[in-house]
Ligand binder design. Structure first.
Ligand code: PLP
Length: 397
């Protein structure tokens, strides 16, 4: 059978991340490729006790259909936390629980994008975000970043040059893949530009709770007086990635459409995990739990950075994140990053080559992403030393 697939899927290529993750199933491979939280960060004991309580006290509720918007007590807690901690959400906004931040992004693309619309994003950016937009026929225009985040001069040019620019997709805090954080000044400039040109912003913030150095910076959504920012968050990196719990806050008119999209897609987010999370937030100290994760990632990122400083050739540049899960390395231009990745894999070390994160698949790239949340301390030291050897092989050629 010659299967005829839809055009909307034709622009999505399978990313090398998936292929690399298959290889990293081999326990001999040291992997810096994942985007996963540390397994020791999961509140296993607490979840185990709460699960027992749920099934003893009110099992039917956990097994029955529920409302699309989200389990009401949990929805209240999320809205309250967004408001109190991040100043996100006003009287014209509402919140929706979704099956992971990824689903939030996909629904936003679904309800707002038409074929041929342009989405402007950071270059590089999160593959899942780009693929959500690509799957709804949108074109991506990537804008480079400097140390303060997306460059506003080029952002303005891109808005002017793309009459059908619909939205700016941004990960301002501990960006995936670069680990960069947009300055407050830049956030304000970006908001003003979006307001001037009447264009929406999607602020994707799954890592915002994971700051381990410096002071929190207000989300762009906290500046939104005009209803032009939609905000996506997630429990994936603070409680559990596998339970698939995220949330969207944004203008109620947009959220109403997303509720319809969710009814079409999966009716509601897994109710058992919503109840579990609600009970966890009620009974345990979520902030103290997050503080432990921050301490863990501070230690791991410091170890990785120190080992890089000691072992990598000085021609290799790298970012120093203040939070999140990743850092981003830039090799000298002459290095073929795919060959480099292959050679490291032969030596049983995995990471993600930069190409996967580019809005334009064919643009040259000499970068790679390293994750420090999942490998053990020993693997961080040994793996970075092996990458350093491969760097030397390539630079000495
Ligand atoms: C930038 C970014 N946004 C969204 C997500 C989606 O997270 P989830 O669907 O697990 O909430 C991820 C996951 O890695 C991410 O890196």
């Amino acid at each position: 059978m010659n299967y005829q697939f839809s055009e909307r899927m034709s622009t999505i290529r399978s990313s090398s991340i998936r292929e690399i993750l298959k290889i990293t199933q081999n326990p001999e491979v040291i992997s810096f490729a994942a985007g996963s939280p540390a397994s020791e960060s999961f509140p296993i004991q607490e979840f185990s006790e709460l699960s027992k309580e749920i099934y003893e006290k009110n099992p039917v509720q956990a097994l029955q259909y529920n409302v699309t918007e989200g389990y009401p007590p949990l929805l209240d807690k999320i809205s309250k936390r967004l408001k109190e901690k991040f100043k996100v959400g006003n009287e014209n906004d509402s919140t929706l629980v979704v099956s992971g931040g990824q689903q939030g992004i996909e629904f936003i693309a679904k309800v707002l994008c038409n074929e041929g619309d342009t989405i402007i994003c950071e270059n590089p950016t999160f593959v899942g975000g780009m693929n959500a937009f690509r799957s709804h026929g949108a074109n991506l225009v990537g804008i480079e970043m400097d140390d303060e985040g997306i460059r506003v001069d080029n952002l303005e040019k891109a808005i002017k040059n793309n009459k059908n620019a619909k939205m700016i997709y941004l990960i301002p805090t501990f960006q995936n893949p670069t680990g960069k954080t947009m300055s407050l000044r830049r956030r304000k400039e970006v908001y003003e530009l979006a307001s001037k040109y009447n264009i929406l912003i999607l602020e994707d913030n799954p890592y915002g709770e994971l700051r381990f150095n410096g002071e929190d910076i207000a989300p762009i959504k906290s500046m939104d007086t005009e209803g032009i920012v939609i905000y996506c968050g997630s429990f994936s990196k603070t409680l559990s990635a596998g339970m698939r719990l995220g949330f969207v806050n944004g203008p109620s008119k947009i959220l109403q459409k997303i509720v319809l999209a969710k009814q079409v897609s999966d009716v509601h987010t897994n109710i058992y995990f919503q109840i579990l999370t609600d009970k966890y937030l009620e009974k345990y100290n979520y902030d103290a739990h997050i503080e432990e994760i921050r301490n863990l990632y501070r230690r791991k990122s410091n170890l990785m950075i120190k080992t890089i400083e000691k072992n990598f050739d000085k021609r290799v540049q790298f970012t120093r994140p203040d939070g999140g899960l990743f850092l981003w390395c830039t090799m000298p231009d002459e290095i073929d990053i795919n060959e480099f990745t292959k050679r490291a894999l032969e030596k049983k070390v995995a990471f993600v080559p930069g190409h996967d994160f580019l809005p334009d698949y064919d643009e040259p790239c000499h970068c790679f992403r390293l994750n420090y949340s999942t490998p053990s301390d020993e693997s961080i030291v040994n793996g970075i030393k092996i990458i350093a050897e491969v760097i030397n092989e390539f630079l000495d050629k």
